[in-house]
Structure formats: C-alpha cells, structure tokens
Design a protein around this ligand. Structure first.
Ligand SMILES: [Zn+2]
Length: 126
C-alpha cells in the first residue's frame, strides 16, 4: 500500500488539529532526512508513522481543545508506534526551533493547555 506523504489538510475539522498535524509532519521529516537518509519523500516506515499520527489526530477526543503531541498523543498510540514517535520527538523537538521557528513557538504556547480540566480520563477512547 502506498499513500503519498504530501496530503492536504482539509479533512481536519479545526485549526488546532491541522497545526498539530503540520508539527508532527515537520518533525518526522527532519528525523527521516537525518536518520534514514531520505530526500524529499519520507521512507516507508516514517510515512507509516505519519499516517498513523494523522489517524490518531482525526480520532482525538479532545479535538479543538487538544493538548500538543508531547502531552497527549503518546498516551493514545499503540506501543510500537509510540516508541517510534518518542524517538522522532526526542530528535526533532529541539531542532524545530531552527527549522520551523514559528511552528515551534506556537507549539510551545499550545503545550500549556491542560486537557484534564476538559475531559475525564475515562472519556478517552483508545
Ligand atoms: Zn524514515
């Protein structure tokens, strides 16, 4: 199965999720380019991870009030995807400020949200 990494964002219902998707996509791109020697296109592993991330975002119970990836998405990922995404974030997180300063800044501001005030843990579907 092959799906192109360059997808439109139009199936996201709100800007928070769109922004979140752009951020994780940028992080995966930085990681893949550095670690897997890929060019303009992601390697199949990283593309799979990105598609998985997108699927999780589309099903995120927080929607508009979603916290950022680092605060929340690692809790809803299945174990193998989770360890991959943690590796990506560990590598690309600190580099985002150089590659995408505005995105990194917005992400930092968004990460101050606290989802626990909005939803109980039991409401989160896995
Ligand atoms: Zn890769």
């Amino acid at each position: 199965m092959h799906s192109p990494a360059k997808e439109t964002h139009k199936n996201f219902s709100n800007n928070r999720l769109k922004q979140e998707y752009k951020t994780i996509k940028a992080m995966i791109e930085i990681f893949c380019r550095a670690k897997h020697d890929s060019g303009a296109v992601l390697c199949s592993d990283c593309e799979e991870l990105l598609n998985y991330a997108k699927k999780r975002l589309l099903h995120c119970p927080f929607q508009q009030n979603k916290p950022t990836c680092g605060n929340c998405l690692v809790h809803c990922y299945k174990p193998d995807m989770k360890s991959k995404v943690i590796e990506v974030m560990r590598y690309s997180g600190p580099r985002m400020i150089y590659h995408h300063p505005l995105m990194a800044l917005r992400h930092m501001l968004d990460s101050r949200r606290n989802p626990q005030k909005l939803l109980k843990k039991s409401d989160i579907k896995r």
